[in-house]
Ligand binder design. Structure first.
Ligand code: ZN
Length: 299
């Protein structure tokens, strides 16, 4: 059984000194590209979907495809719902077979974020081995239906991070530290490493309570990613990178084969391009060959 909870997978990552890629997908082709690459590299993997594509494909179809790909796979795998602001939909996805959901209450006040996140956490833990990611502070940029201007983005307060994790009961914690969704608008985005280190110390100082999640992986320079992994970053969300790979490869193939009507060839080109980016992230995060640590043996 290689479908595991994200928390179990990520505690292993933190203690093993590597991180896991959480790849945002919008269709079956991308799910296959991510899973096949993870298997080839013996890497634990998280497949995640934003709310809009989840509603478009339906969570039932996504869960069915995920299970068909993940259950026979010799690597640990999770299915994660990303940035859901609708508690009822998050709960429904947990009931249908998502192994991890993110309830994004970052636009709410602190107390309301704690209360609403806790409500989702309690439900998911009742449903089964479903873990929950919560966010404090706001990540700028556009992620599906969540849009935050850079000027309005608010970094996570380390002093409140432990309180948020304890009171909400989240299993994974996404603190805003200056990363952004989409394409970075500046060459060197200002990432607050000190803040990230303080949060890691406060939340996971003695024992790993809630592994830290880094949003906005696309466009981060390799040395930035490695530094965040060394400071305890356990899950890196990669979305825009895969979307660009898919669309650019599809466009290029069609543009150069304008009279050919063979969807399989377009899909093959697109899948190879997505797989190449997944390989890049697996190398950068250091999770190749970590499948056994990641919980594939059911430990
Ligand atoms: Zn995000």
């Amino acid at each position: 059984m290689s479908v595991v909870s994200a928390k179990r997978m990520l505690v292993e990552a933190v203690t093993g000194g590597y991180a896991v890629g959480a790849f945002n997908v919008t269709n079956v082709l991308q799910m296959q590209a991510v899973m096949e690459t993870a298997i080839a590299r013996q890497a634990p993997v998280i497949i995640q979907t934003s709310v809009s594509p989840t509603k478009f494909l339906t969570p039932e179809v996504i869960v069915a495809v995920f299970r068909a790909l993940a259950e026979p796979a010799p690597v640990p795998a999770c299915l994660h719902l990303d940035h859901c602001t609708d508690a009822a939909f998050a709960k429904r996805c947990a009931e249908l077979g998502y192994t991890n959901v993110m309830f994004d209450g970052s636009q709410l006040g602190f107390e309301e974020n704690v209360r609403a996140t806790r409500d989702v956490v309690e439900h998911c833990h009742r449903v089964g081995d479903v873990t929950v990611e919560g966010e404090l502070g706001t990540v700028s940029g556009v992620e599906d239906q969540v849009r935050v201007a850079e000027s309005a983005a608010e970094l996570c307060d380390p002093e409140r991070s432990r309180e948020f994790v304890e009171r909400s009961g989240v299993d994974l914690f996404a603190p805003a530290i200056g990363t952004a969704h989409g394409v970075y608008l500046t060459e060197n985005p200002k990432i607050d490493f000190d803040r990230f280190a303080q949060i890691q110390q406060k939340v996971n100082g003695r024992v790993v309570v809630a592994p830290l999640i880094v949003h906005g992986g696309t466009g981060l320079k390799p040395d930035v990613v490695r530094r965040l992994v060394a400071l305890g970053g356990a899950k890196f969300n990669v979305s825009t990178d895969l979307k660009h790979a898919l669309i650019d490869a599809t466009y290029d193939y069609i543009a150069t084969h304008r009279t050919e009507y063979n969807p399989g060839k377009i899909d093959t080109a697109a899948k190879a391009a997505v797989a190449q980016r997944v390989n890049y992230w697996i190398d950068l995060l250091g999770c190749a060959g970590q499948a056994q640590r990641g919980g594939a043996d059911g430990a």
